[in-house]
Design a protein around this ligand. Structure first.
Ligand code: COA
Length: 162
């Protein structure tokens, strides 16, 4: 545990997957406060509304100590400043994630000296992405083990049109 460290784990979380949850659980062991920051993200057309994404993230992280869920829009570094955080947590699944993540990390240092700590995804989750999970669920495939059960249930309902 790093005394007093607040870190932000940002993302679109449409929806939160077991890959995200793995990073959250592992990161939370090393910080005093981990803010899972759900991005409004107007550049994507999410399946779940911001409110639904927040509710799901809250539900699946409820039992993890030091974790809170919030949302943001606008510049991430400005949001981090408002939260009193100088550190971001990002997960790296494969080398292909690295280039874009490095650009964002460097930009965030340049903008506000906000540092990014990278955590490598567990091998069992390194192929996961929210888009892929949504595609499998939409086509009626089994997403058990890829997302928490409540997320699987909500996706099933959504694709049935409930
Ligand atoms: N396990 C499983 N999937 C993971 C994962 C993990 N550990 N880590 C990332 N992913 C997946 C996500 O599910 C998502 O998949 P999808 O594209 O299929 O939906 C994909 O990786 C990208 O994740 P996303 O949450 O969209 O994050 P991002 O890396 O594109 O960054 C923000 C999103 C919100 C952090 C970024 O856009 C941002 O900072 N926006 C604020 C505006 C700003 O400040 N811009 C300047 C940045 S320098």
């Amino acid at each position: 545990m790093t005394d007093g460290l607040t870190a932000i784990y940002p993302g679109t979380f449409d929806p939160v997957t077991n890959g995200h949850l793995d990073i959250i659980e592992r990161a939370a062991r090393h910080v005093a406060r981990l803010v899972v920051a759900v991005s409004q993200n107007p550049s994507k057309t999410p399946l779940f509304s911001l409110e639904e994404r927040i509710a799901l993230a809250k539900e699946v992280t409820a039992s993890i100590e030091h974790v809170e869920v919030d949302s943001f829009d606008g510049l991430l570094v400005e949001y981090a400043g408002r939260k009193g955080a100088k550190v971001l947590i990002k997960g790296l699944r494969a080398v292909s994630d690295f280039e874009y993540e490095m650009q964002m990390a460097q930009m965030n240092v340049r903008l506000a000296e906000v540092e990014t700590l990278f955590m490598v995804a567990s091998p069992r989750h390194s192929f996961l992405s929210s888009s892929l999970v949504k595609e499998v669920a939409r086509l009626g495939g089994d997403v058990e083990g890829l997302v928490p059960p409540e997320v699987a249930r909500r996706m099933k309902e959504r694709f049935r049109g409930d």
